[in-house]
Design a protein around this ligand. Structure first.
Ligand code: ZN
Length: 161
């Protein structure tokens, strides 16, 4: 079966990036990432585009630029905000915290803390990085009507309502 919109796809992968090509994330064949292929997959666009048309057993090596990945870094997204905006979350340097801004959930990396204020980076932690993926297509199947309606797979793993 060929990867196309409306298919549930399982992939094993290793992604590297940064100055040292360190491993950023990975999923093993025994516990693959399952996603619903299409424009709202939740995966980065470059990955979805390149996986289209492949079948179970295919191996892909790809380099994904920030344009097709998590976007370019925007220095305007490094800002000072009051620590109290983080509510009950523990604010410390290096922490990845969530807060609401204009009704949207944002993720912030804490860079520094000065008194009641934190300097945070609202860029995605992988923004600006060229990502090197090694991907194995583990399985491809038709999505069920319920999965299509919900917009996500209902596999053994990774399904939370
Ligand atoms: Zn669901």
């Amino acid at each position: 079966m060929t990867i196309d919109d409306g298919k549930v796809v399982s992939i094993a992968y290793v992604v590297r990036g940064g100055d040292d090509d360190e491993v950023i994330d990975a999923a093993e064949v025994a516990e693959p990432l399952e996603y619903l292929h299409g424009p709202h997959s939740g995966l980065i666009p470059g990955l979805v585009t390149r996986l289209a048309g492949h079948v179970t057993g295919d191996h892909l090596s790809m380099v994904i630029t920030p344009d097709e990945g998590y976007g370019a870094r925007d220095e305007a997204k490094v800002r000072r905000i009051p620590v109290r905006r983080f509510g009950d979350q523990k604010v410390r340097v290096g922490a990845l915290l969530r807060f609401e801004q204009g009704g949207r959930a944002e993720t912030a990396t804490v860079l520094a803390i000065q008194g009641d204020y934190a300097t945070v980076d609202l860029n995605h932690p992988l923004a600006g990085l060229e990502l090197k993926f090694e991907v194995d297509v583990v399985n491809v199947r038709e999505a069920t009507p319920e999965e299509l309606e919900h917009g996500h797979p209902h596999g053994a793993h990774g399904h939370h309502h």
